[in-house]
Design a protein around this ligand. Sequence first.
Ligand SMILES: *Cc1c(COP(=O)(O)O)cnc(C)c1O
Length: 368
Amino acid sequence: MIGELHKAGEAGLLFEPTAKPVPAEERARLLIDPGFGRVFTDHMAIIEYDEEKDWHGARITARHPFTMDPASPVLHYAQEIFEGMKAYRRPNGGAALFRPDANARRFAKSAIRMAMPPLPEDMFLESVRALVRADREWIPDTEDGSLYLRPFMIANGSFLGMRPSTQFIYAVIASSVGAYFRNDSPSVSLWVTREYVRAARGGTGEAKCGGNYAGSLVAQAEALRQGCDQVVFLDAVERRWVEELGGMNVFFLFSDGSIQTPPLDGTILHGVTRDSLLTLARDMGLAVREEPYSIEQWKADAESGRLTEAFACGTAAVVTPIGSVKEADGTFTIGGQSMGPLTARLRSALVDIQRGSAPDPYGWTELV
Ligand SMILES: *Cc1c(COP(=O)(O)O)cnc(C)c1O
């Protein structure tokens, strides 16, 4: 532990080890079947900000509840952003992060959109690395297992005036996770909402902010009532172009071997998984299009057999095949019941790099 302490110290973060770590046997029991986002580790990272002091107080400390004033602006105006990334256990016992620099960059961009101070990217990276070092034992040693890292920033203070805060708390918590979708079904079913939209140009669709999720929960609830796993959102203007799911990007795969995903035109989250899969697909020699795709076309292509596979992707869910799409006037299905061959190929190309079972020619992985 002293070695760990020293390393965290070098990173400029103070390391205050918890006085009450979860005993090893208890941790082992929790890691058998952790689910998603229910099992939390011993520590958290915190860095505070205020206008006079700038960023300060960087530390790894025991995971603990926040105390905040009931007039804290995050509680009223949702000035909040977050990230999602994973640390993977390496065959040799170490741990690796996947493209953490991309998350650091996106976090700073989200901050700017939400009138928050961008956290310097090196502070973001050091806080994440230090937390992984402190809680490395919490990475499940299973095929699907990883340590899901949740950096976030909230506006703090005590005022109700409508203005950006001048005080913020940045923190990182970590959760031992298994597969995102519990039901072990090989694919997910989607509900196409016609009532709700997720984002419009000029809005906050490109920022990873809590408000986007709050606004999409009612549509997600509608999907569940319809017997579907997830909701798919259409564009806010014409209500026909497929954008993304509540928290995942979408890909369409065709019988000619080409693949397509909606373009990043201001309303879609710039997924790191999306970007990585596009790179892998191009390097496999596939024809790749970042072009709008309409819901009518999706249905027609699924029915004609031109579309052979579709999947949703994100850090949490990795690559998950889409099996069926339900609308008010009927359901169409895609491909067979199991994961299609091209989806499987793209998925393993990604996962093998993330987990270190294949070489990483892109320099995407960082050993911690
Ligand atoms: C986080 C997120 C994604 C996926 O992004 P990754 O970087 O691949 O995890 C996609 N859509 C939304 C709305 C998201 O919040």
